[in-house]
Design a protein around this ligand. Structure first.
Ligand code: GAR
Length: 210
């Protein structure tokens, strides 16, 4: 399976994917920003990189058409959004229906959009986390493949909570790609992703613990 990863910045999730020893071929890492730190990391890890700068295109549709051309040039079977901070046109999303996944820093459907850690703290939730999901035209709403939950602690700041979540992002994104590569993820007509699992279900995570 040929995988293309799209980033906009740091690229720590991309790095987690590239270093996970997955049974896939990383064909390229593409960024909409030339200064994205993750590009150098990808090159160090021997993965080809490309920049498709959104500022060079007059409209979202024009940008997305070029981006799709570049992605398809790498023969991508799976597109992984890893901190790719752009709203994608419906045409682009539909072109990669069932072949494009995203990692989002919340337990969806809670806290779609931005500033998820600050909003989780403000809401007073006791569990927060991250989600890998298929991308559909509705923002942060596609079929969920895997989620990880972490406790929200009394003295958490968005940064401390975000760091705890990020650690789990780096675990679940490679897991999701592995399962897809192994053919264990099935998209059903009811809009859900079913994962064939061999492992026993995880125990409950209760927060605060007592
Ligand atoms: C990650 O926390 C990812 O979940 C988030 O951006 C960060 C990128 O970090 N994505 C979104 O908020 C998408 N809506 P990274 O570049 O180090 O992987």
């Amino acid at each position: 399976m040929r995988v293309v990863v799209l980033i906009s910045g740091r690229g720590s999730n991309m790095e987690a994917l590239l270093r996970a020893g997955l049974p896939v071929e990383f064909a390229a890492v593409i960024s909409n920003k030339a200064e994205a730190k993750g590009l150098a990391v990808a090159r160090e890890l021997g993965v080809e990189t490309a920049v498709v700068n959104h500022k060079d295109y007059p409209s979202r549709e024009a940008y997305d058409a070029k981006l799709a051309e570049v992605i398809d040039g790498y023969g991508a079977d799976l597109v992984c959004l890893a901190g790719f901070m752009r709203i994608l046109s419906d045409g682009f999303v539909n072109r990669y229906a069932g072949r494009m996944i995203n990692i989002h820093p919340s337990l969806l459907p809670a806290f779609t959009g931005l500033d998820t850690h600050a909003r989780a703290i403000a809401a007073g939730v006791k569990l927060h986390g991250c989600t890998v999901h298929y991308v559909t035209p509705e923002l942060d709403a596609g079929p969920i493949v895997v989620q990880a939950a972490v406790p929200v602690l009394e003295d958490d700041t968005p940064d401390s909570l975000g760091a705890r979540v990020l650690e789990q992002e780096h675990r679940i994104y490679p897991l999701a790609v592995r399962w897809i590569a192994e053919g264990r993820v099935e998209l059903s007509a009811d809009g859900r992703a079913r994962v064939r699992s061999n492992a026993p279900a995880a125990n409950a995570l209760i927060s605060p613990a007592g």
